[in-house]
Design a protein around this ligand. Structure first.
Ligand SMILES: [Mn+2]
Length: 471
């Protein structure tokens, strides 16, 4: 079998080689060792003992062009021309509009997978974000088991906390990529976060070092430079809004090169991000609830690395029926306890015909468990309040974080993103802020300034609501 050394990982114990090989017309990626030092791009043959041997240089160009041709064929055969049709029919039109862009990004992605290039995948740490990672993982597994053989991919999964791609994130990604030498440029895949001008600090550091695929569904802020990237894909660019979740987008991406079943992931992402296209069908959404719990409290998924979660760990839980049930029960119990105590310590302010509810999450949290996280809990708490009050606006704060939740109908008139923008301009101490029109969050520079920011938010909402009344 003729091979090219396509990627070398430098580890403290030595070098680990990835070689792309061709046998007839079939391409495979192998991970192996070598008796001698090989360099990236060099031709090699695989010996019977499973070790790589440098091969004679004369044939190398012929091998390279056969592999290039094999890779191009493989990609061409895998990309699906017909846009994926989900059972959420109202979203299918947007998928069709995005299909060309999705397929182009998928071609790039498959090239990286085939060559075993370093791929860093950052996904947001919530249900929707976990859905993006899980969809891509399942797609890659399917591709590596059916369309070509791959023993190991050089993929690094990072569950990302926060809403922007910062300078520190970029530096950390560059450090990771520095562990590899690769014939293909490393790939950075960003999903379900980052569409804000704060990411403008991180992007310039990585845009020449990585090929970037960015799948997001947050509103695109003016001046956000990520939009210029060739493979930045967001439903907002196609006349849709955040109701097309990032997990759903990742499923569409995956379906452009794989035919795996993605319906349950699509459903979980719609549920997780409160999309109006979610179809409550009377069935519980256990998959989403499990993702909610394990992305909040990663200990439960027995993560190797504290605070991180990989799709392989999600998979291990899904395959274990007992563990699944245990986790689902635990989540339900915890949630009802926390909702109960929240309703007892919440404060209420009237604003026109609406009411603003403010909760200090510190008062209801548990020392032991990270679940539920304040941001996501806010959405559930708003639902709970909504059972008895129609016009409720909820603010939950915890440490340096403030989350604001508004019911659908009020989102358009309140424009909380504008209020957050004003708070930033007033220099009240807002370090970062953004989100959707119904769900947004703020990080303040210091806990001490939080009460000023809270007061500003409450006053601004009151003002908006009373002006709305007088119109
Ligand atoms: Mn999302």
């Amino acid at each position: 079998m003729e091979c090219i050394i396509s990627c070398i990982k430098n580890t403290p114990t030595g070098k680990s080689y990835s070689a792309i090989c061709i046998d007839g017309s079939s391409i495979s990626l192998i991970e192996c060792k070598s008796y001698s030092e090989l360099s990236v791009g060099e031709c090699a043959t695989l010996g019977e003992d499973g070790y790589l041997l440098a091969s004679d240089v004369d044939n190398c160009n012929a091998t390279k062009s056969r592999i290039t041709e094999g890779v191009n064929n493989r990609i061409r055969l895998s990309i699906r021309k017909e846009a994926h049709q989900s059972r959420f029919t109202e979203l299918n039109k947007t998928t069709s509009l995005m299909w060309d862009k999705l397929s182009k990004a998928a071609s790039l992605f498959l090239r990286k997978v085939l060559y075993g290039a370093p791929i860093i995948i950052r996904f947001h740490n919530d249900i929707d974000g976990a859905c993006t990672a899980y969809a891509v993982y399942k797609g890659v597994v399917d591709f590596c088991n059916s369309d070509f053989r791959s023993e190991k991919q050089n993929m690094v999964w990072i569950m990302h906390r926060g809403v922007s791609y910062s300078q520190a994130d970029a530096s950390s990604d560059l450090l990771i990529a520095n562990n590899y030498s690769s014939v293909e440029k490393p790939l950075l895949l960003i999903m379900d976060f980052g569409t804000s001008d704060e990411s403008n600090k991180g992007i310039p550091l990585v845009k020449d070092e990585f090929d970037i695929i960015w799948l997001d569904h947050h509103p695109i802020e003016d001046g956000f430079i990520g939009e210029e990237l060739e493979h930045y894909i967001n439903p907002w660019q196609f006349g849709m809004d955040s109701n097309y979740p990032a997990g759903f987008l990742a499923c569409s991406f995956v379906r452009s090169f794989s035919s795996i079943e993605t319906g349950y992931i699509e459903r979980a992402s719609l549920y997780g991000d409160y999309s109006k296209y979610y179809l409550p069908d009377g069935e519980k959404n256990d998959f989403a609830e499990i993702l909610d719990l394990i992305t909040s409290d990663t200990k439960l998924a027995s993560s190797q690395q504290l605070g991180n979660l990989t799709p392989m760990e999600i998979d291990a839980i899904l395959m274990n029926k007992e563990k699944r049930e245990e986790i689902a029960n635990y989540a339900a119990t915890r949630l009802s306890e926390v909702l109960y105590s929240a309703m007892r310590s919440i404060k209420k302010y009237s604003a026109g015909t609406s009411s603003i509810y403010v909760l200090d999450f510190e008062k209801v949290r548990d020392e032991e468990s990270r679940y539920p996280l304040p941001g996501r809990f806010s959405s559930k708490l708003l639902d709970k309040i909504g059972e008895s009050v129609t016009d409720a606006i909820l603010i939950v704060h915890f440490g340096k974080y403030i989350s604001i939740r508004v019911r659908d109908e009020a989102g358009d008139r309140l424009r909380i993103l504008d209020i957050i923008k004003n708070a930033k301009e007033r220099e009240l101490g807002v370090e970062a802020g953004g989100g959707h029109k119904n769900a947004a969050s703020i990080k303040v520079v210091d806990e001490a300034v939080k009460k000023d920011v809270l007061k500003f938010l409450i006053d601004s909402i009151k003002l908006k609501e009373s002006s709305f009344l007088s119109e």
